[in-house]
Design a protein around this ligand. Structure first.
Ligand SMILES: NC(=O)c1ccc[n+]([C@@H]2O[C@H](COP(=O)([O-])OP(=O)(O)OC[C@H]3O[C@@H](n4cnc5c(N)ncnc54)[C@H](O)[C@@H]3O)[C@@H](O)[C@H]2O)c1
Length: 342
């Protein structure tokens, strides 16, 4: 049996979500806000959102907060402030922990990455012990693997990581295992592949490739592809990722780490071509010399998540990208209207 997947069927671990109070840390972000909505659809007793809004927005959770079962922890929301964090965890049954600094932020600010992603995650784990939290779902990342040494990558693929971001996620996973062994904290770490979908940031400093391509297309500029565009990734829709979090909460796995992706590789060239097709654009792709890429090849094996968590993706790339394009259009329009009213 793999040490990454320690399976179990301990009935005590089964959580009836309908009676559960769940804290979603990082709940105002891209994935977190969709997790909040997925949990509300499960009829959970209470969803409490905890976020410091350094990247997440109030707008992301505006609709969810109309539901009386959903609340925002309003006494602050930073995982580096343990007293506040522990106060939010009090009385909760389970925690979904998504708060983190992203790849490029970690690259530029390694100490901040250490603080938020490692120390912050330690604080969350400590809070789980202090508050008898029954289950923790942690957002890890496919970044723990670095570039694929073999494909598709199973959960036993080596930690071929060379980035600060990946290092923090490996540390988070290792900390989860240590807390499980020492204090019995149960939970699952999800190694997401490349997540995209509505609410994805398209205006900030750290914008992902899909949004950059769409931005160019919108402005009538050729989308830029670096190198020959053969770098390939496993893209998964945020709705599917949110559902994976719910599956992980419901699962009985005492401790384990799972790929969350589609197991399908799409090259950046294919992605750009698809986005041009879906937006009805005839712009040619512009190829530029390869810059710095952190990872150029990655696709995850989906079998373990399906077997142990009962999770399998539903939304194909074309369908998901269409939804994203639609959302982006609506959002840009709404922002313009708002500005016009001011
Ligand atoms: N988007 C992806 O492709 C992807 C892939 C792999 C892993 N992940 C992981 O999934 C999780 C969620 O990612 P996302 O794409 O939704 O990112 P996101 O930046 O939209 O969400 C993270 C949230 O955490 C909050 N946060 C940051 N620092 C905090 C702190 N100190 N205290 C409290 N809240 C804080 C942010 O404000 C934000 O709302 C992250 O842990 C990320 O590393 C994402």
């Amino acid at each position: 049996m793999s040490h990454h997947r320690i399976r179990g069927t301990d009935r005590e671990n089964i959580m009836d979500l309908r009676n559960a109070r769940i804290l979603v840390i990082g709940g105002a972000g891209l994935i977190g806000s969709h997790v909040v909505e997925a949990l509300l659809r499960e009829d959970v007793k209470e969803v409490l959102i905890f976020d410091n809004f350094c990247r997440g927005t109030h707008e992301n959770i505006q609709i969810a907060l109309r539901n009386p079962r959903c609340k925002l922890f309003d006494a602050g929301g930073d995982i580096l402030q343990t007293d506040i964090l522990h106060a939010a965890m009090k009385g909760m049954d389970a925690v979904v922990h998504l708060a983190a600094l992203w790849l490029l932020q970690c690259y530029e600010y390694p100490r901040a990455a250490f603080d938020v992603n490692i120390r912050g995650t330690f604080n969350v784990l400590e809070g789980c012990v202090a508050n008898n939290i029954r289950r923790l779902v942690y957002s890890s990342s496919a970044s723990v693997y670095g570039d694929a040494l073999e494909e598709p990558m199973t959960e036993d693929h080596p930690y071929n990581n060379w980035t600060f971001y990946g290092a923090t996620k490996i540390a988070g996973e290792q900390m989860m295992k240590a807390f499980h062994r020492r204090y019995g904290v149960n939970g699952v770490g999800l190694r997401y592949m490349n997540v995209y979908g509505p609410r994805q940031d398209y205006r900030g400093t750290y914008v992902a490739v899909i949004m950059k391509i769409l931005d160019n297309i919108e402005h009538g500029i050729s989308p830029v592809v670096f190198g020959d565009g053969s770098q390939a990734y496993d893209f998964i829709d945020v709705e599917d990722v949110a559902r994976a979090n719910v599956c992980a909460l419901k699962s009985t796995v005492p401790i384990g780490f799972y790929n969350i992706g589609r197991g399908i590789k799409t090259s950046i060239r294919e992605l750009a071509e698809l986005l041009l097709k879906l937006t009805g654009s005839t712009l040619p792709i512009r190829y530029e010399p390869a810059g710095q890429t952190f990872v150029s090849n990655r696709v995850g094996d989906t079998a373990a998540a399906e077997r142990d968590l009962g999770f399998f993706w539903k939304i194909g790339l074309e369908e998901g990208l269409l939804r994203l394009i639609e959302w982006r259009k609506m959002h840009i329009e709404a922002v313009k209207q708002k500005r016009g009213q001011l």
